[in-house]
Design a protein around this ligand. Structure first.
Ligand SMILES: Nc1ncnc2c1ncn2[C@@H]1O[C@H](COP(=O)(O)OP(=O)(O)OP(=O)(O)O)[C@@H](O)[C@H]1O
Ligand SMILES: [Mg+2]
Length: 677
């Protein structure tokens, strides 16, 4: 048996040998030759040589004689302990007694061999080398362990998860700093089974059961549950624990992590809900789109009807002007002839009805000539209560409520009276068995999101409500359409609400309707507040014909029939009339010597409109009074606001009143040119 097999894998052994005797040195070399592999031997015999060798070379083994002439083995041991503490040191001596040997071993020598028994040397050396190799290996393993522990520490402190270690029984022995930061609990508070205190008590029994199962079977643990944060909030964690096994496969400890999955869970939940509700949201979006489409086409329809209505109404209005004017004149001429008077007043009444109809159409089309001014709506309503009472009959009670000190509304007062009357009549028709009609006035401040998309600002709201039949949604949707009526042929024209809507819109406000079948109706007229105080002028013109001195009137109208009719009225009032068929003809007349006291001009004429003509005239004759005759307001309404108006169709009395107003400014209620408020 080769006793040296175990050092076979150490091919070169470097030995430092301290020895003064050549013979002994030779003997030692011989015995060392029995070692497997190569032996490299450096021999020294002085203290200097020993120290230098240890400094310059790396040795696997030191052999030292104990007694040397100039140096001794004890001193060499001292030097070696310092310079090469890990290298085995063996005394080889002929004089070493038992007690000295023991003392030498105590001071760090590895072994000793007496020279008489050098045959033991290979065994002793081999054992010393093997032990040294083992020690070196252990040191390497210890260093590696330290390294890996340092790595582990760095890892568990850097990782975003909460992390912990438990022993084989599931008793937790260590948590990373994040765990303490999250729970706000100290290591002492959570050691062992202390972690139970941060669990939701409703879930804890399942967690304990699953954890115990893993401990019993050694199966990895995985479960999602809430853990309480230091501030009391529970967050959801995915918890995993892996068993760590020794070389025999036994579980020695558990390494666990808790990963916060609250956010992930929330977004998954959101996605799931999103997917679930996708269908209904698509349906909703489509419905919304369709509703918008319907609203747009409804608006377009109203706009088209408005344009058509406006055009037709304008033509009718023009036709009515000479009819009304001439009938009126004829009636005055046939005073005393009873039969003619009856016929003529019948015709006039019909013409008046036609005039009202046309006016409503114009109102709906927002083409009405409005004389908007600051109106005290409460006073206006109070002033017409009698009229309303007479119109709705005794079975309907009237209530009137108004906030005190309401701002004035900017509206045409005559048209507002008509609008309120229309609403009152509708209310009466909806309460055949009687009921209550309430008119309420309040001041409103409109911000974003008004149901009628009104602009920001202050408004006066006039509510007319009844306790009548109400409307179903189909009727409500169509109620303001012109000619829409449920009242039967000959009973309703279907223009009442159209007129109210048109007036409110043209005045910069809105009409809103609220109604439920069986629960009455509430109509709201919203009107913009006026920037000035109410001026208190009466709405309706006087009935009698005021007389002025005979005047020379320049009358401009492109429609011959209308012009002739108006000229006739003016003649009858005692005025002299110069007629012109267009604006340019009128200017021509003025430049060639005609000196009128007053100009009356139609508004809508080919070539030059009435306002353009007025502007031309004003430049040359700034003090010449002018009247603009029109039944039709269009977008140029604002410029017209600066001219006195004569609304078509008109009777002699209205013409006379307007002229009287203009020509006698001292007693008249309106100035030559009205200020725009
Ligand atoms: N206060 C109300 N209560 C119940 N339904 C109403 C009310 N006001 C209007 N309506 C409904 O709206 C329809 C249109 O009203 P609108 O005033 O435009 O015309 P009308 O009253 O039928 O005719 P006209 O006003 O020309 O006499 C009415 O026919 C009716 O069906
Ligand atoms: Mg009506």
């Amino acid at each position: 048996m080769n006793i040296l097999t175990s050092v076979a894998d150490a091919p070169t052994v470097r030995v430092l040998h301290l020895e003064d005797s050549d013979l002994d040195a030779e003997l030692v070399r011989e015995f060392l030759g029995m070692l497997d592999g190569t032996v490299e031997l450096d021999r020294v015999w002085t203290a200097d040589g020993f120290s230098t060798a240890l400094r310059d070379q790396r040795y696997d083994l030191i052999l030292a004689d104990h007694a040397l002439p100039a140096f001794d083995g004890e001193a060499a041991l001292e030097i070696a302990r310092v310079a090469a503490p890990l290298v085995p040191f063996i005394f080889v001596s002929g004089t070493l007694g038992e007690d000295v040997a023991v003392e030498a071993m105590r001071r760090g020598a590895t072994d000793y061999v007496v020279k008489q028994r050098l045959d033991r040397l290979p065994v002793v050396v081999q054992r010393a080398l093997a032990e040294a190799a083992e020690r070196a290996e252990r040191r390497r393993a210890e260093a590696a362990l330290k390294d890996s522990e340092a790595n582990f520490e760095t890892l568990v402190h850097a990782m975003p998860q909460l992390c912990w270690l438990a022993n084989a029984d599931g008793y937790i022995t260590w948590y990373n700093q994040r765990w303490h930061d999250y729970t706000g609990l100290s290591p002492e508070e959570v050691e062992g089974w202390g972690w139970e205190s941060v669990h939701d008590p409703r879930v804890l029994p399942q967690v304990v059961e699953r954890w115990s199962q893993s401990i019993a079977t050694g199966e990895p643990f995985e479960m999602t549950f809430p853990l309480r944060r230091a501030d009391g909030e529970y967050r959801l964690f995915l918890t995993r624990a892996q068993p760590v096994r020794n070389s025999r496969g036994e579980v020695v400890r558990w390494l666990g992590t808790n990963t916060d999955v609250s956010e992930q869970q929330a977004s998954e939940e959101k996605l799931r809900r999103l997917a679930e509700t996708l269908e209904s949201r698509v349906v909703e979006a489509i419905a919304q789109r369709e509703a918008t489409h319907a609203q747009i086409s409804e608006l377009q329809k109203m706009e088209t009807i408005g344009q058509l209505t406006g055009g037709v109404a304008h033509d009718f209005n023009n036709l009515l002007t000479p009819i009304v004017g001439n009938l009126d004149l004829l009636r005055r001429r046939h005073e005393g002839d009873d039969r003619s008077q009856r016929l003529l007043s019948g015709a006039l009444q019909a013409a008046d009805r036609a005039k009202t109809l046309v006016q409503r159409l114009l109102a709906f089309a927002r083409r009405q000539v409005l004389e908007a001014r600051a109106v005290d709506t409460a006073a206006l309503v109070e002033g017409m209560t009698d009229l309303i009472r007479r119109s709705i009959g005794p079975r309907v009670a009237i209530e009137f409520k108004a906030d005190p000190d309401i701002v004035a509304a900017r509206v045409d007062p005559g048209q507002l009276e008509l609008a309120l009357l229309n609403l009152a009549v509708n209310a009466r028709d909806a309460m055949p068995g009687g009921g209550t009609l309430t008119i309420a006035i309040s001041e409103q401040h409109v911000g974003p999101g008004h149901p009628a998309a009104l602009r920001h600002g202050t408004y006066v709201k006039l509510e007319v409500s009844d306790t009548g039949t109400g409307m179903d949604s189909a009727t409500l949707a169509r109620a303001i359409e012109p000619f829409y009526s449920t009242k039967g042929i000959g009973k309703g024209t279907g223009l009442g609400l159209s007129m109210v809507h048109g007036l409110a819109a043209q005045s910069g406000g809105a009409l809103l309707l609220h109604s439920e079948p069986g629960d009455g109706t509430r109509a709201e007229i919203w009107l913009p507040a006026a920037s000035t105080r109410a001026d208190g002028t009466a709405a309706s013109p006087a009935g009698s014909v005021p007389r002025t001195r005979p005047l020379c009137v320049l009358l401009v109208d492109d429609e011959e029939l209308v012009r002739l009719g108006t000229a006739e009225i003016l003649h009858d009032l005692g005025h002299q009339v110069v007629e012109a068929g267009s604006g340019s003809q009128a200017l021509e007349l003025l430049r060639t010597g005609t000196e009128p006291d007053l100009v009356i001009t139609d508004y809508l004429m080919p070539g030059m409109t009435g306002t353009e003509l007025a502007a031309e005239i004003r430049r040359e004759r700034p003090r010449l009074p002018m009247l603009l005759a029109t039944g039709y307001a269009n977008l140029a309404g604002d410029e017209m606001a600066s001219l006195p108006l004569l609304t078509k169709p008109f009777r002699q009395a209205e013409v006379a009143a307007r002229i009287a107003d203009l020509m006698t400014p001292a007693t008249g209620s309106r100035p030559l040119l009205r200020a725009v408020d």
